[in-house]
Write a protein that binds this ligand. Sequence first.
Ligand code: AMP
Length: 285
Amino acid sequence: MRPEVITDPNLMRTWSRDRRATGATVGFVPTMGALHEGHGDLVRASRSVDDVTVLSIFVNPTQFNDASDYETYPRTLDADVAFAGDLGVAAVFAPSPGGMYRPGHDTVVRVGAVAEPMEGKHRPGHFDGVATIVTKLLLIVEPDRAWFGAKDWQQVAVVRRAVADLDIAVGVRTVPTRRESDGLAMSSRNIRLDPTARSAATGLWRGLSAARAAHESGVHAAADLRDIVTRIVVAGGSIEVEYVEVVHPETLESLGDSRTGAVICAAIRCGGVRLIDNVELSPRP
Ligand code: AMP
């Protein structure tokens, strides 16, 4: 069934409050559209526990530090609404930039330490944009639960910090990364990869998987694990590694040793497209 498409923030809030007034729980999946099965997994996870699911589509200008990335970000609203309907989404919230950032808008939500390394360092201002828009969306939709993908590991940490610190009454849930059959993490940006870059991009997950296997067979020095990822990624040719970091899963502090449990996060540039991915390492004796 075609979901309701709501563009006005006040109507969205009323819609959501009306549902909650009937005793229904509301799940919320924030996205930037160009939906794929990774987003589908978030909706399916929500549908398994929430009575109704709202999905937002908003290419948020304030989280792009690169103007051309914002301009070329894929926008496929009609197909997205149809896909959301097939998944059982009850309402799509698709506000305009001017509707979310009205004249005079001058408030920023800035999260501290977890927002600083990795994406925070390489994309100045990115997490201010993310924390601000997610806070605004949560205050509009007022969901019981909000669903995020583990692919954006640091983003989830930033959102959890903001939700806790601002006493927002929502449960934050994380869903595992959905991958293509060759391991590449699904991403709306993947359609911008030309065939050469698409094939080279598979090195990112191969590198992360190899590092996880090395960790499981006794290689625990962060520098060695990072080298494994980097060597495999660059072997794919014409790829620039932005960072590979071994970090604490929650604080995102850099770790020297993976035995306590860690996440390896990486960002690469491949044929002009920026891709991120990560792998979680379990604690080892
Ligand atoms: P985006 O539209 O890229 O901003 O992503 C919206 C949400 O979908 C975020 O919570 C992402 O982490 C999540 N997401 C994106 N790609 C995937 C994926 N491959 N698997 C699971 N979740 C994803």
